[in-house]
Design a protein around this ligand. Structure first.
Ligand code: ADP
Length: 709
């Protein structure tokens, strides 16, 4: 079972759409990814810049507080140990520097003064002894990490500076700052509300935070972030914040305080854009694909419908019908449709012309298909077979045949349809047809194959031979009657000449006897009459002999044998030896062939020709040349040339007729039968004879003769 794998136009168009949309989608996706990466990079750089700006602000804040602390540490009230006045001064500085409190601690860490507490109250120890130790040890400013304030019981940071008395670090002056203080620099960058900004101290502990500050200040940042911040000064990290928000965290470390500001951009926000773009892309692709598929489906359907619309007319056309294809408003399809219509018209015209030719043909014509059914018959055919016009259509061809020929005809018909070619029917056989009334008549039939796209037909031209046959028969009858009368005539001539010979010989003998015995008793007149009688008898004998030999050619034919023409010429020369001697003639003979023929007749032929050549000599002694030339396969042309008196061209034909003579008896003896005999002999041997001659310049007698088998 074979499966039809041919694809439809629709499926091809759908494939085309998919083939167009897929690369476009891939390209758009790649552009999107590239754009996303570029956007992300830009955001990263921008955010790091913002973080950097924040740490600079923080460093500036701290520097301001440090300056205030240094100014206070140089206060003369401290030198003079007037703590009350110093306290007032510190309160003023606090207001100016927006710090939380000022603490003065001695080397043991004991607070001596705390602006948060009235002077004289019992104060606790400094909340960050490690830091304090650093101040006393190094004698330089120290910025703290976050720690719990002893008095405030809150997380604070501080800047601690040494107070020198007599060149020694006597006290440490700390200006404490609440974490909220650092929200200012963070706010200055106006981050989107969903973004998180965090200030970390050197230990990675949160100092300030834009979101959920109370919950996370003082707590170390996520481990991964802390490790990264300690490893590099600036960078980024994908992570989850302590409150559990996935973010892209960018950070920058302050060059002075070494605190770090980290900005967390929620991943959701970052990916939102991508997802939105992706969403648009997918929607666009789907829309494009569906739209294109719908268009392809519709267009494909329309093309397919148009092409299907051509199928009907094409089938009708192949069946020989006249078609008119409607328009489909599709240029190419309409062009095909127009071509079909044109072809149909041409076909119809050709068919009409063919029909008209057949119908108007003066010959009877019938066209049959392979089943022998007549599909076309002209009026001549109907007339010939004795039917009414169109009555033959649809009938079997066999009904036009005599009953006895019908059975074998189907087989012959099948054979012809097997190898159809134009040829006469029933070669070498007499053909007969049958009229409606049952009468038979002889016919000649010519067959021509006619091929259409799907079918083979045969056109038969039928010629009624009745009249021709009748004429031929009449002619044949007349011919055979003529032949018979000819034979009888020849026989009569032969018998007459033969029977005349004996009494003539007797007359001749007695006349001779009369002359020899009574010559002296007759006067001169009687003797002259006697001489004339003898001469006439001799002439009559010659005539009868010649007539006998002429009539013998056909009446007494003998079978052909192989005859050497050279031998024939030799025999002739010996026969006329006396004449040759008497005239001083010379007979030359070239190379001559051996041929099939009747020897005695060939001797007669050469005897007449050579004899005439000597007989009709000119003033010179006769010169006769016999030659032969091969002029075809097995055909020879023999020539007998003489130097005699020649023959005028107007007599060249006539001399071969019986009793035709150019010279009377006074000039040369003869009967006018010799050349007629030559012609009969040559004809009997399948050749022809003719002469070429110019008067006074001799003659050449040619004859052709075949090598008869
Ligand atoms: P005949 O010789 O008996 O008269 P032929 O039939 O042999 O009859 O010849 C017919 C005529 O053709 C002759 O009368 C003669 O005039 C002419 N003829 C034949 N042969 C020659 C020849 N070789 N040269 C000239 N004339 C010739």
């Amino acid at each position: 079972m074979s499966v039809n794998r041919a694809r439809t136009i629709r499926s091809l168009l759908v494939q085309l759409v998919i083939a167009c949309v897929i690369p476009a989608t891939i390209m758009a996706t790649a552009l999107l990814a590239f754009d996303y990466q570029r956007e992300r990079g830009r955001l990263l750089r921008d955010s790091i810049g913002r973080a950097r700006a924040m740490v600079h602000l923080i460093d500036r804040e701290l520097a301001g507080v440090e300056l205030a602390a240094k100014l206070l540490s140089d206060s003369p009230y401290l030198q003079q140990n007037q703590l009350a006045l110093f306290n007032d001064q510190a309160q003023q500085v606090l207001r100016l520097s927006n710090a939380s409190h000022v603490v003065l601690s001695d080397t043991t860490g004991q607070q001596l003064l705390n602006t948060l507490s009235p002077l004289g109250d019992k104060l606790p120890k400094h909340g960050n002894p490690a830091q304090l130790r650093k101040v006393f040890d190094t004698g330089s400013t120290v910025v703290s990490d976050v720690y719990l304030s002893g008095l405030l019981k809150r997380l604070v940071t501080s800047i601690d500076v040494p107070v020198f008395l007599d060149g020694k670090v006597a006290y440490a002056l700390s200006i404490g700052m609440l974490p909220e203080r650092f929200l200012g620099p963070l706010a200055e960058q106006r981050l989107p509300p969903t973004w998180i900004a965090i200030v970390f101290d050197r230990a990675g502990v949160a100092v300030a935070r834009t979101h959920e500050m109370p919950r996370f200040v003082g707590k170390p940042g996520a481990l991964a972030l802390v490790e990264r911040m300690q490893a590099i000064a600036e960078g980024s990290l994908e992570m989850t914040t302590l409150e559990g928000i996935p973010v892209l965290m960018v950070f920058s470390r302050a060059p002075i305080s070494h605190w770090t500001v980290a900005i967390g951009i929620p991943s959701a926000e970052l990916d939102d854009e991508l997802q939105r773009s992706l969403g648009w892309l997918v929607a666009g692709v789907v829309f494009l694909l569906v739209g294109s598929l719908v268009v392809a489906w519709t267009v494909g359907g329309r093309i397919a419908r148009s092409i299907h619309g051509l199928v009907g007319p094409s089938l009708a056309l192949s069946a020989g019908a006249r078609v008119s294809v409607p328009t489909f408003n599709l240029k190419e399809i309409d062009e095909v449709g127009q071509s079909l219509t044109k072809v149909s018209k041409i076909l119809a015209d050709t068919q009409a012309r063919f029909r008209a030719t057949v119908m108007s043909a003066p010959t009877a014509m019938v066209m049959i298909d392979a089943t022998g059914t007549i599909v076309l018959a002209n009026t001549e055919a109907a007339l010939l077979f004795g039917y009414r016009d169109q009555e033959l259509l649809g009938q079997s061809i066999e009904m036009l045949l005599p009953d006895r020929l019908r059975s074998g005809h189907a087989e012959m018909r099948a054979r012809f349809f097997g190898v159809p070619m134009a040829r006469p029917m029933g070669a070498l056989r007499d053909l007969y047809a049958r009229r409606q009334d049952g009468s038979e008549f002889p016919v000649e039939i010519g067959l021509s194959p006619v091929r259409t796209d799907e079918k083979q037909f045969v056109l038969a031209a039928i010629i009624d031979l009745t009249e021709r046959k009748r004429q031929t028969d009449t002619l044949q009858r007349a011919n055979s009657a003529l032949e018979q009368s000819n034979i009888e005539l020849q026989r009569f001539a032969y018998v007459a000449s033969h029977d005349l010979q004996t009494p003539l010989r007797t007359i001749g003998s007695f006349v001779e006897l009369l002359r020899s015995s009574y010559a002296d008793r007759l006067d001169a007149r009687g003797n002259d009459w006697m001489r004339r009688i003898v001469l006439s008898v001799e002439n009559l004998q010659t005539l009868i002999r010649d007539m006998l030999s002429y009539s013998r050619i056909d009446t007494q034919p003998r079978p052909f044998e192989r005859v050497s023409m050279r031998d024939v010429v030799d025999e002739v020369v010996s026969l006329i030896d006396a004449d040759i001697r008497a005239t001083g003639a010379e007979v030359r003979c070239g190379e001559l062939p051996a041929i099939m023929g009747e020897r005695s007749q060939l001797v007669q032929l050469m005897l007449n020709l050579i004899g005439n050549a000597i007989k009709y000599r000119g003033d010179d002694p006769p010169l006769v040349e016999v030659s032969a030339e091969s002029t075809g396969v097995g055909v020879w042309t023999l020539a007998v040339r003489d130097n005699g008196i020649g023959i005028e061209p107007r007599h060249h034909q006539r001399i071969f007729d019986i009793f035709e003579r150019l010279h009377d008896q006074r000039h040369s003896s003869g009967t006018g039968i010799g050349l007629a005999v030559c012609r009969r002999v040559v004809q009997r041997h399948g050749g022809r004879i003719w002469v070429e001659s110019t008067p006074g310049r001799g003659s050449v007698f040619y004859f052709t003769i075949g090598e008869q088998t």
